[in-house]
Ligand binder design. Sequence first.
Ligand code: URP
Ligand code: ZN
Ligand code: ZN
Length: 461
Amino acid sequence: MDIKIANGTVVTATDTYRADVGIAKGKITQIAKKIKESAKEVIDAKGYYVLPGGIDMHTHLDMPFGGTVSSDDFETGTIAAAFGGTTAIVDFAIQGQGMTLRDALNTWMEKAEGKAVIDYGFHVAICHLTKEVMNEIPEMVASGVSSFKCFLAYKGALMIDDGALYQVLLKAKKAGALVMIHAENGDVLDVLINDYLSQGKTGPKYHALSRPPAAEGEATGRGIAIAQMTGAPIYIVHLSCKEALDKVKEARDAGLPTFAETCPQYLLRSYQNYLEPGFEGAKYVMSPPLRDKSNWDVLWKGLTSGDLQVVSTDHCPFNFKGQKDLGKDSFAAIPNGAPGIEHRLMLLFNEGVNKKRLGLNRFVDLVSTAPAKLFGLFPQKGTVAVGSDADLVLFDPKAPFEISAKTHHQNVDYTPYEGFTGKGIPKVVFSNGQVIIRDSEFVGRPGAGRFLKRKPFRLTA
Ligand code: URP
Ligand code: ZN
Ligand code: ZN
């Protein structure tokens, strides 16, 4: 045995129990009340939870967007993820103009190779649908890309129309893929954005005002309805408001295979942040935008009821100085996105479990198990079980934290969570049986992360 984790409390999506965990050759090989067998290294986990590593299904590392490139690459971004207890990510390979899906995948594979410190997979964003692209969908699934994103917003850039979405859903269903949608009504937003700009309303808060919750509710309902016409499952990304959650709830109550994620920013930050002095509101320019605080309770309830299955980050960092300021004179030119890959587990544990909004096992489900199941990684990842990858987090629920851009590891000059305090920190993090975070230090290796060939989507997984 390579490593024995002794005296910890194992927490999965269903169970909490005291046990030792044995690791050999990168896998979990034993779980028992007391493991007698000796190991090369014994790590005492007394007082710690032994969690499956976090899985972040929604990241944008090294992504060209809005005239610039997101500031974390696969090295800095995955190191930050590891500090926060995330041991696998699924990033988005974006199909640029004239690109095939294979081109997009290869481009993102090159970005990650030799850099990622944890395992990674890719969704491919289909932005230009052609016959050739349709034929590539099953090929992508065979290559381990079993999910695709379609944007119903960002008109003139990434957006596709309803007919294209219908075709993608049909093909994806046959191929065993899950289609994810960015649900905002891009046509209406385009008009609203131009209206505000033509009135000289150029500051960051108009980003939010030009993207109303009704536009997200409408696109969510439309995406679900189009999926229903094809019989395909659908997954709504970065859901931010009641209007959208109501559509998801209605679909799920009707028995449709509809799934959705939200992100910490929509649970903890609000429209008020756009009103911060000067240009500070630009830090929160993301799509969908932050909403009125009345949505917080609605989303937390969605997490407990099960209408929302996953919490991802939509980590898409741009520096305040040098990137966000591209939009000093027009909110429409502020690159959309914000950082968060490092703080998902800490924030959700403190704000969810410590504040009694979520049970401990539900927390594990939201950050690790459910994403693994929905996106073809379970039981290789997403649980603490014999035979699973030894991607583990020794989590100290009592250790205090304070989030600050001065101390975080994300390659970006601010955090939307500056000054947030709480309790619950990943103390030791394992990736494939190797310790990669110990004593607040990164001890892993760029390039050690492997490409995750994900299984096709299965409803019952
Ligand atoms: O503002 C955001 N969300 N930026 C990243 C791209 C996307 O839509 O997910
Ligand atoms: Zn999106
Ligand atoms: Zn995103």
